[in-house]
Design a protein. Sequence first.
Length: 584
Amino acid sequence: MLMTPRMATAREWSTAFCRDSRTSQWNRRQAKDMVGQNGGLSGTTSVTVTLTDVNDNPPRFPRRSYQYNVPESLPVASIVARIKAADADIGANAEMEYKIVDGDGLGVFKISVDKDTQEGIITIQKDLDFEAKTSYTLRIEAANKDADPRFLSLGPFSDTTTVKIIVEDVDEPPVFSSPLYPMEVSEATQVGNIIGTVAAHDPDASNSPVRYSIDRNTDLERYFNIDANSGVITTAKSLDRETNAVHNITVLAMESQNPSQVGRGYVAITILDINDNAPEFAMDYETTVCENAQPGQVIQKISAVDKDEPSNGHQFYFSLTTDATNNHNFSLKDNKDNTASILTRRNGFRRQEQSVYYLPIFIVDSGSPSLSSTNTLTIRVCDCDADGVAQTCNAEAYVLPAGLSTGALIAILACVLTLLVLVLLIVTMRRRKKEPLIFDEERDIRENIVRYDDEGGGEEDTEAFDMAALRNLNVIRDTKTRRDVTPEIQFLSRPTFKSIPDNVIFREFIWERLKEADVDPCAPPYDSLQTYAFEGNGSVAESLSSLDSISSNSDQNYDYLSDWGPRFKRLADMYGTGQESLYS
């Protein structure tokens, strides 16, 4: 560069700069005055020139062709490949666009640009099928997004390459000829009849045989069967349109050589209706009639329903049954619109005579064959107001006394129940009343003691026993064995019939009773009064069993019995020394 006189302007030399090789240029410059003559002064400076990029380089693919292998099972929108054209420019000058300009995969693949890496991304638009086409060829062009018109003379700012995509075979499940098989069958069809046929094939080149089955999760009641080889669907049990009008089942097709490959087909079986349900009331009708009803008055309008669905719609015919035709209370009028009206035939009704009427109504449908049913209409006789609104329909209301309303009757019943509850409460409280804490001495019996007010004459009194019965010793007694002692063999002695004195007879009688008590399995415990045992010598009162202790010659002192409390008061009175007891 040369600094012109009096100007600090830089001019380009004929030598051009290339930013692609160097981004900046540095130069050292000198300036002299006096046009460079001797004696002039001079100065030097450094000049740095920064180069700005322009779009002067077209994109170029590094390879003329590319090849990629993809499986035919690759789903739609999956990435097949990434390609990139090189561009020496930077920034916006290096931005590119990719497009498929030719090839047999125009509708199968598409290409887009990654804005961050400027790569061309090839993706799938349609499902691949190895059996239909094994490879695709694409011609792809890359071009600068914004070309600089100043450099168009340098040549086209674009480049092309060829991409070949090879489709690889994958073992696929069987494919049905139709995604949905609609079928129809009458609900009157017999078990085993053919409904329809489904068909599936193996799309692979091996064309493996296919076996069919029904997914039982879609046919829980097992209404249908399918032939494993032919795909023929038949009925397995009777059908009912009113239960299920349409059956949607899934048919499975699997390869014989590879059962893991399973295809699914869908079958919709519509059940055609037949007239197999009789008409019936649309609801449970129960109507009322006023006691002051007039003849010809409409008291109820009825209608009918039918579970069947005839193609031409329902048509019902109403009439009274033969038994009810000649009744003098009600009549029926068929309105010819699938409804009927119930009318009164007489003037007034009385609940005392009859409170409820049952009217049988005959209904016939128009199906082929026609079906009929008899339905009963319940009619209650009611007391109505002036507007004909029922007030009460209970015949029992007339048995109440005059002037006594239902509320009054309820109040009376409530009072009666209250009195009954009060009486029961009093009785219960009396039964649960506790005994006084201080007992009567005559009732203070806590031992096994029973009082008998029977006074005898001592040993000389023999009138208390039947001596004739005691003399009859020839009666063989069945002695009982004890449960806690090993039984011994009893030898029965031959009875004697000689005359024995009365005292001996009495002694033997007592002895026999004593032996029975010893071996009695139901004998009371030893601490009862029936056991006579020696008490020992450790007691202060010694033995109370001495018969002569009550005699006047006894020197035993029983005054200490008075200190034992009220329970021993009687003994203290009997055996005391004449001194009055403390508790007397």
